[in-house]
Design a protein around this ligand. Structure first.
Ligand SMILES: *Cc1c(COP(=O)(O)O)cnc(C)c1O
Ligand code: SF4
Length: 326
C-alpha cells in the first residue's frame, strides 16, 4: 500500500541548516548556525512550516524555534538533562501517572519538527514508549486502575503514529469502562496540517469518548489557510481544540505577540489553555523569560483580551501533581 501523503511530506522535511537558511535568503555565518548543536539534536522542519517563515528575516519567530545555534552550547547553571522529572515518573512502559485521574502515555518519541527548547532534545526515548510493544503494558495498567478517567496521548507527537496504530490502541481501550475522556497533545496539525487527512478524522469521529486536542503553537504566524482547514476538519470530527504555548524569548515575549496568538488561534476555533514557562533543559537557556517579566506579560494580556482568550501562566515542577500557577 502506498504511504499517506503526510508521511511523504514528513520524510521530505528540511534537515540541513545551510539549506534552510538558503531557502530564506539568509547568511549562515551571521546567524550563529551551530554544527555542534545540530549533532546534539538534529534540525528537522517540514517544508510547509518553512514556507510560513519570513524571507530574509534572521529574527523570524518560527525560524528561531528550529534553528540550531551557538547559544545552545553555552553552559547555563540550573539547566539540566531531565528538567521535568519524567525519568522518575515513568515505570518503563511509557506511562506517566503523576496527574490525578489522568494517565499520560508517551505514545512515541517521534516528532515532525525538532523544537530547540524541547526537553526531548536529550531523550531519544528508544524503548520507553507506550506503543513499542503494541500498547499492552499501558493498557493493562489503565484497566487495573479505576482512578483513571482520562487518557492522554503525548510524546513526542502521538500523531506521528499511523492511523492503524492509533486505532489499535483505542479499539482496546474501549473495553475499559472507567475511561471517560481522551486527550491528544500534538504539534502536527500546526506544523504538518496534511496529517489531518480523511483517515485521521474518520478515526477521531469513531471514538466513543469526548476528545480534546491540545495543540502546540507559539506564534500567530504558525497559522495559515492549510492549518485553518486542518483544524476545521478536527472540529467537524467532534474534537475540542485547545492550545498550549511556551513563553520564549525572541519568539513570543511581548503582549502584542501573545495577544495575536490567542486571537489567531480563536479565529481557527482554538481556545488558549496554558502559557508555559520554559522547562529548564540544557541548551534552551537563551529562550528563558524571567518570572517577573512573565507575570507582567500575562497581566498585560489579561488587561487587553477577553477572559477566555487569556491562557493560564504555569510551570511544570518535578514532583508536583499538576502544573504550578505562577
Ligand atoms: C501538563 C500536561 C498534562 C496534564 O496536565 P493538565 O493540567 O491536565 O493539562 C498532560 N500532557 C502534557 C503534555 C502536559 O504538558
Ligand atoms: S515534543 Fe513538542 S516541543 Fe518537543 S520537539 Fe516535539 S513538537 Fe517540538
Amino acid at each position: 500500500m502506498q504511504s499517506p501523503r503526510w508521511q511523504q511530506l514528513w520524510r521530505e522535511a528540511v534537515r540541513d541548516g545551510g539549506e534552510l537558511l538558503g531557502l530564506l535568503g539568509l547568511d549562515p555565518a551571521a546567524l550563529g548556525l551551530s554544527a555542534g548543536a545540530a549533532r546534539q539534536f538534529p534540525l528537522r522542519v517540514p517544508r510547509g512550516f518553512v514556507a510560513r517563515m519570513r524571507h530574509g528575516d534572521p529574527a523570524d519567530p518560527l525560524l528561531r524555534q528550529v534553528l540550531p545555534v551557538d547559544a545552545e552550547m553555552r553552559p547555563a547553571p540550573g539547566f539540566s538533562l531531565d528538567a521535568v522529572g519524567d525519568g522518575a515518573a515513568s515505570a518503563g512502559d511509557g506511562m506517566i501517572r503523576k496527574y490525578n485521574g489522568r494517565a499520560l502515555l508517551v505514545a512515541t518519541g517521534s516528532c515532525a519538527i525538532n523544537c530547540r527548547y524541547c526537553f526531548r532534545r536529550h531523550f531519544p526515548y528508544a524503548e520507553q514508549t507506550a506503543s513499542a510493544a503494541g500498547w499492552a503494558a499501558a493498557l493493562e495498567r489503565i484497566a487495573a486502575d479505576g482512578g483513571i478517567e482520562e487518557v492522554i496521548l503525548s510524546g513526542g507527537d502521538p500523531l506521528s503514529l499511523s492511523d492503524a496504530k492509533l486505532a489499535a490502541f483505542t479499539d482496546a481501550l474501549r473495553a475499559v469502562p472507567h475511561v471517560r475522556r481522551l486527550r491528544l497533545h500534538t504539534r502536527l496539525p500546526v506544523v504538518l496540517p496534511e496529517r489531518v487527512d480523511d483517515g485521521f478524522t474518520d478515526w477521531i469521529a469513531s471514538l466513543p469518548w469526548p476528545v480534546a486536542v491540545v495543540l502546540h503553537a507559539n506564534h500567530a504566524n504558525e497559522f495559515d489557510a492549510g492549518v485553518d482547514a486542518a483544524l476545521a476538519r478536527l472540529r467537524a470530527a467532534g474534537a475540542s481544540l485547545l492550545n498550549q504555548a511556551v513563553l520564549l524569548r525572541g519568539v513570543n515575549d511581548s503582549v502584542d505577540a501573545l495577544a495575536a496568538l490567542s486571537e489567531r488561534g480563536f479565529a481557527a476555533g482554538v481556545l488558549p489553555y496554558y502559557l508555559h514557562q520554559l522547562d529548564r533543559v540544557q541548551g534552551a537557556a537563551h529562550f528563558e523569560v524571567d518570572d517577573a517579566r512573565a507575570r507582567q506579560l500575562h497581566a498585560g494580556l489579561a488587561a487587553r483580551l477577553s477572559g477566555y482568550l487569556v491562557p493560564r501562566l504555569v510551570r511544570e515542577v518535578a514532583g508536583d501533581p499538576g502544573k504550578r500557577p505562577l
